[in-house]
Design a protein around this ligand. Sequence first.
Ligand SMILES: [Zn+2]
Length: 139
Amino acid sequence: MKEKSDSRSHNMSHVKGKDTSIELKVRKYLFCHGFRYRKNDRKLPGCPDIVLPKYRCVIFINGCFWHHHYNCKYATIPKTNKEYWIPKIEKNTLRDIENYKKLEQLDYRVIIVWECEIKSSFNARMEYLINEIKRDMNE
Ligand SMILES: [Zn+2]
C-alpha cells in the first residue's frame, strides 16, 4: 500500500496531454493485443487518451483525484486549500461530462478507465476493457 502523500503527488503531477505511466501501460496492452489507435487526439472533444477508429470508440484513462472518481479512496479533497481545490475539481468534472456528451453526439462510445482500477487489478480491467471495446462487433 502506498503512502497517501505519494499517491497525491503522483495525481497532482498529471498534466492533461502528457503521457502518464498508466496511459502507457494501457496502450501497450492494447497494442500487444492487436489494437491500433490514435493517442491524445486533439481534434476530438476532451482530447481522448486513446481513439480506436475501427470500433468508433474512445478511451479516457482518468486519474481518480483530478476527475473525482465518485466514492473512490483516491478522490479525496486535500485538507488544506479547499477553496482552491473544490471549484477546480468541480470544473474538471463538469468539463468531462460535457466532453463525453459531445463525443456521444459524434457517435463515439466513451469508455472510462480509472487509475485505481489499473492499480488494483490491471489484467482483469484490461480483459474487461477489450470486451467493452468489442461489444458491438461480430468478431
Ligand atoms: Zn478511483
